[in-house]
Ligand binder design. Structure first.
Ligand code: GTP
Ligand code: MG
Length: 460
């Protein structure tokens, strides 16, 4: 394991709850001196004599001055998140009190924590591996059931376990082959090349599955990209606003109102969607609008789902047929959404229902039938893949290490095919082991650690 990047023998302190006014705030101390430092300013029981996992009422004082009435929770090493002595002080949630308490504790010898330092200590003290530590960050930021599931699964050991087991088997082969290097004269084979090939191929399958889960992971983390597209004035911005329940985009009866992409997230049935309102599709001589239209076309290609929106009072069957044709060519799943049901003629509706029975009819302006649209949206994104407890890679660093692992595993296979000498084979295996180890933190560098933990906020 790498050397700690910060001193781990001192006691750190930070606000653990969000900045700003709240009913209560929690200030957390971690380190050998955590309990002693708190005890010096706490009036109530002697905290140093209390059992682990107990809560105590008292006052915090700066000399004679009472700062607040508080509850103090005591966790004795190693039974805490960081495995160090930990004290959590619940104060009233005023920023004045929080600042006073932090200052007081710092004067008593605590040091302000760096971003992510609590989680970093938990990692360095063996509470969990690196992939799990990163999942803590994801878990804190998760805003939908699906992203929460993915982060939770990873934090509990998700794919680390799978990778560790396979990595260990590969280590065994590496050492056998290296052992053979000591017996070059005798022409012995400790490691069966056939067994090695079977293992490497198995590893490759796992690694490739994880690599391809990254797209899904990305979607879970950032929302399913869903583009609302259609002619100017179809009611795209009205629909976005209706789904969001706020006036996010400008709506007007002037064709060509929206010129840029407007995005926002909406949670539908536990899955986060990123809805993207676009510039209405038409030929235009206006330079800015034309740029907007180009962006719309680009976005449609990279979307997971397209809502094809048209105005029932302003679109004929020929147009719809043509648009449906074009959408089919793009190859992204789409839903035909007929808008302005309130002013449509019933003959046209019947004709449409006959020709395209899967059309969803809405009145975005009146927020009518939006639930039906939402159901259809959920149906089309194939929920099962978002809900399974399967391992999903959501982290770009893991993706990177996995891609390098794949390359080096392919080199091992290539080496086996060409019957390269043992030292080359051993080298390629070592390289695969290195990249696999990077994921779970068996192989780390200070830079890597600093980079990961700096992405956390202070107090995490
Ligand atoms: N009657 C009726 N009018 C609607 C409905 N939905 C939207 N509108 C009106 O249609 C007009 C155009 O709406 P927008 O949401 O700006 O249309 P858009 O598709 O975003 O248009 P561009 O941004 O120009 O591409 C506005 O006057 C809306 O009030 C509806 O369900 N019924
Ligand atoms: Mg618009």
């Amino acid at each position: 394991m790498a050397a700690p990047i910060s001193r781990i023998d001192d006691t750190i302190v930070a606000l653990a709850t969000p900045q700003g006014v709240g009913a209560i705030a929690v200030i957390r101390l971690s380190g050998t001196e955590a309990i002693r430092i708190c005890n010096r300013v706490f009036f109530g029981k002697n905290l140093e004599e209390q059992a682990s996992h107990t809560i105590h009422f008292g006052t915090l004082r700066d000399g004679d001055k009472v700062i607040d009435e508080v509850l103090v929770s005591v966790f004795i090493s190693p039974r805490s998140f960081t495995k160090e002595n930990v004290v959590e002080i619940s104060t009233h949630g005023s920023s004045y009190i929080i600042n006073q308490v932090l200052r007081l504790l710092i004067r008593q010898g605590a040091r302000p924590a760096e971003p992510g330092e609590f989680t970093q200590r938990a990692f360095l003290n063996g509470q969990f591996d690196l992939a799990q530590a990163e999942a803590v960050a994801d878990l804190i930021h998760s805003d939908s059931e699906a992203s929460h599931q993915a982060a939770l699964h990873q934090m509990r050991g998700g794919f680390s376990q799978e990778i560790r087991e396979l990595r260990e088997k590969l280590i065994h082969f590496a050492s056998m082959i290296e052992l053979e290097l000591d017996f070059t004269e005798e022409d012995v084979e400790f490691a069966s090349r056939d067994d090695l090939r079977v293992l490497v191929e198995k590893l490759l399958r796992v690694v490739e599955n994880l690599i391809s889960s990254f797209d899904l992971g990305n979607v879970i983390k950032n929302g399913v990209p869903t583009v609302i597209a259609g002619k100017p004035n179809a009611g795209k911005s009205t629909l976005l606003n209706a789904l969001l329940n706020e006036e996010r985009a400008i709506v007007s009866d002037i064709a060509g109102t929206t010129r840029d992409l407007i995005e926002d997230e909406i949670n539908i049935g536990g899955v986060m969607f990123r809805f993207i309102d676009t510039a209405g599709l038409r030929e235009t001589t206006d330079t800015i609008e034309a740029m907007g239209v180009n962006r719309t076309r680009e976005k449609m290609k990279s979307a997971s789902l397209i809502l094809y929106l048209f105005d029932l009072g302003d679109t004929d069957m020929v147009e719809i047929n043509r648009d449906v044709n074009q959408l089919e060519n793009i190859g992204v799943p789409f839903i035909k959404v007929a808008n302005k049901m309130d002013k449509a003629n019933s003959q046209f509706i019947s004709a449409l229902k006959e020709k395209y029975p899967d059309t969803v009819f809405i009145a975005a302006g009146k927020k009518e039938n939006l639930d039906e649209l939402k159901e259809k949206v959920l149906e089309l994104v194939n929920l099962d893949k978002f809900r399974t407890g399967n391992t999903v890679v959501t982290n770009i660093r893991h993706f990177d290490s996995l891609t390098r692992t794949r390359e080096s595993l392919l080199d091992v296979l290539g080496g086996l095919d060409q019957e390269v000498t043992n030292d080359f084979l051993a080298m390629d295996i070592r390289r695969s082991l290195h990249y696999l180890g990077e994921i779970t933190g068996e192989i780390t560098t200070d830079d890597l650690l600093a980079n990961i933990f700096s992405k956390f906020c202070i107090g995490k």
